[in-house]
Write a protein that binds this ligand. Structure first.
Ligand code: F6R
Length: 606
């Protein structure tokens, strides 16, 4: 939700800031803007629309000479996307870019109006600029401290004071902000892809800290102005991971990366015929005490959680609840001391999941995060973390992160089953041996890409679609349906196949497309009956299946055959055709695949 960058150094800042913003566009793309020091003055350039609009505008004007700037790419919250509502926002000496939401901005705005401030925009950020200007009497640290005492909500801020030349200030609460450490140059950013081309060294800023960036110095201070010793971290992946590398879209590249990232996620945790990994702060003795598991997450990560529930309950026989984080945090959940709360998040910054984590911690329940982004807030604040190691996921629609979330849940399930002695040794061996083969199976399924593209061409003109399945296949139906609707704006619903007849079947008419997933042997006959029920009412069924048994030609008009393996593990590769199907449909519909409308990666607002 909104991306922030800052640069100060010897070089011309414009390209650095624009390139940084390009790599943060996944966080929001309603508008973009930049504020920079030019001839001792702060100049602001901002444009509604994608970053390219701003770049085009800057390229059409006189070359800018500046060594210090802040920039912003927006996901609109307060005030519709417009040039005026775009960041940066200035009030007198203070210019800010902001990621987050200030909840009490209306109240602060009224107070500031009484003090003589005028507001031109509908944003909460302009109020931040005004309040900071109000407190600013030459001491930026004091002013920032007073500002943060008054703000309710979440924020990361990049700040320029017009009388402190070539200096960028940054501070944060509940929205991410990192500082890139360079040679004669320093960077501020919401996320690593914005800085990785220029430096691999970075510092994670915490709540209550202020970063002061100059070209030849970098300080992190607390609100009393005292310098803090901060750990400098090293980024362990390369710029190629944040580039398209010849693929037309990040999404397709990330779908095709799945065999490698699953392999990486298994490495050091999965042996040839066993699982072997520690969960920090959660020894086996403590695991044995667990009576109930709550999996809390949002969107795709929550769908991974549904698969987790299914396999944990099946193999470990522990009750598992899967909760949408935005509901969990407000429902006064029943949590007992022997429960385990698992938070799943790609970004590690999702506001609702973070709040759920904090609630669980307040109640003294052990929290385990399954997270992709290293050192993100959820990873840092949870009692323990299992990193998914997928590398950066840039496409707004999550694909490879989902697969490695599943991979971690499978590892965790087998570990727990071992500890609870709910799995026989031979079975465990068989399962581990098979898990080792998953990257190859995923590779084989990716070879179906052309066939899936042809099917997408047949179906892309529809306005509605249904996804059905039973058991694990229902979890996949939900994820497949989400991918389709978020990317291609086709209305789509996912149902447990047996549930259709209780209402939704009345929506099935001649040519209604139904994607049916059929990979679970024990449920197969029941699902086939449900598929026949929709065919009888005229539906066009696209069948994704892995076993010919009981399948007659009436089911195969449109179909994708997957490898037949162990049913329990089918989600790890059955998701691929669903991802590719949604991808190709979006491409045929000429949708912006990597940046679907109204969405942003990393949802840091509630
Ligand atoms: C959909 C998608 C979202 C995210 C959700 C949670 O493709 O990406 O539904 O899964 O916003 O995000 P994280 O995993 O970052 O907490």
């Amino acid at each position: 939700m909104c991306g922030i960058v800052g640069y100060v150094g010897k070089k011309n800042c414009v390209n650095y800031v624009l390139d940084g913003l390009k790599h943060l566009e996944y966080r929001g793309y309603d508008s973009a803007g930049i504020a920079l020091f030019e001839n001792d003055e702060v100049k602001i350039i901002k444009k509604c629309g994608k970053l390219d609009e701003l770049i085009k505008y800057i390229n059409s004007t006189k070359k800018i000479e500046s060594n210090c700037a802040i920039g912003h790419t927006r996901w609109a919250t307060h005030g519709k996307p417009s040039d005026l509502n775009s960041h940066p926002h200035r009030q007198n000496k203070v210019t800010v870019v902001h990621n987050g939401i200030i909840e009490n901005y209306e109240e602060l705005k009224e107070i500031l109006k009484e003090k003589g401030y005028c507001f031109k925009t509908q944003t909460d950020t302009e109020v931040v600029a005004a309040l900071l200007d109000y407190y600013y009497e030459g001491d930026p640290i004091k002013a920032i401290e007073k500002l943060t005492e008054k703000l309710d909500g979440s924020y990361s801020l990049g700040i320029l004071f017009s009388d402190i030349k070539d200096t960028v200030y940054g501070t944060r609460k509940n929205s991410p902000l990192i500082v890139g450490v360079g040679e004669n140059e320093n960077f501020l950013a919401s996320d690593i892809p914005a800085i990785i081309k220029n430096t691999k060294k970075y510092i994670v800023l915490e709540k209550g800290e202020i970063a002061i960036l100059k070209k030849d110095s970098l300080k992190i201070v607390d609100f009393s102005g005292k310098e803090k010793e901060k750990k400098i971290l090293t980024i362990d992946w390369d710029i190629e991971a944040a580039e398209k590398n010849g693929f037309p879209h990040f999404m397709l590249k990330e779908i095709f990366e799945q065999p490698q990232v699953i392999k990486k996620c298994f490495r050091t945790r999965l042996l040839e015929d066993d699982v072997d990994f520690e969960i920090k702060n959660l020894p086996d003795e403590k695991i044995k005490q667990i009576k109930k598991i709550h999996i809390v997450a949002c969107g795709t990560a929550m769908h991974a959680g549904l698969v987790g529930k299914n396999i944990l309950e099946k193999l470990v026989r522990i009750p598992v609840e899967v909760e949408v984080a935005s509901e969990f945090r407000y429902k006064n959940p029943i949590l007992n001391k022997d429960d385990l709360v698992i938070l799943i998040s790609q970004s590690g910054e999702t506001a609702d999941t973070l709040a759920a984590l904090r609630l669980a911690k307040e109640r003294n329940v052990f929290t385990l995060a399954i997270v992709n982004v290293v050192s993100s807030s959820i990873a840092r604040e949870s009692d323990s973390v299992l990193y998914t190691w997928a590398g950066p996921e840039i496409s707004v629609a999550s694909t490879k992160a989902y697969s490695v979330q599943l991979a971690c849940l499978y590892l965790l399930t087998l570990k727990f089953a071992k500890i609870f002695k709910t799995i026989e040794k031979e079975k465990l061996k068989e399962y581990c041996k098979f898990l080792n083969k998953i990257p190859d199976v995923v590779n084989d399924v990716l070879k179906l890409n052309d066939k899936i593209k042809e099917l997408a061409k047949i179906f892309y003109n529809n306005k509605n679609m249904f996804y059905i399945g039973r058991g694990l296949d229902q979890c996949l139906a939900l994820e497949g349906s989400l991918k389709l609707k978020e990317l291609s704006y086709i209305h789509s619903e996912a149902y447990a196949a047996g549930e259709l007849k209780h209402g939704p079947i009345s929506l099935i008419e001649e040519k209604t497309p139904v994607v049916a997933i059929l990979t679970q042997t024990n449920l197969s006959l029941k699902t086939i009956s449900n598929i026949k029920e929709v065919i009888a009412r005229g539906a066009d069924v696209l069948l994704i299946y892995n076993d010919e048994k009981n399948i007659d030609s009436s089911l195969l008009e449109y179909s994708i055959k997957l490898p037949k393996t162990i049913d329990l593990f089918s989600p790890l590769y059955s998701i691929i055709p669903l991802q590719l199907f949604a991808y190709h449909i979006a491409v045929f519909k000429k949708c912006d695949v990597d940046k679907p409308r109204n969405l942003a990666k990393s949802v840091t607002v509630e």
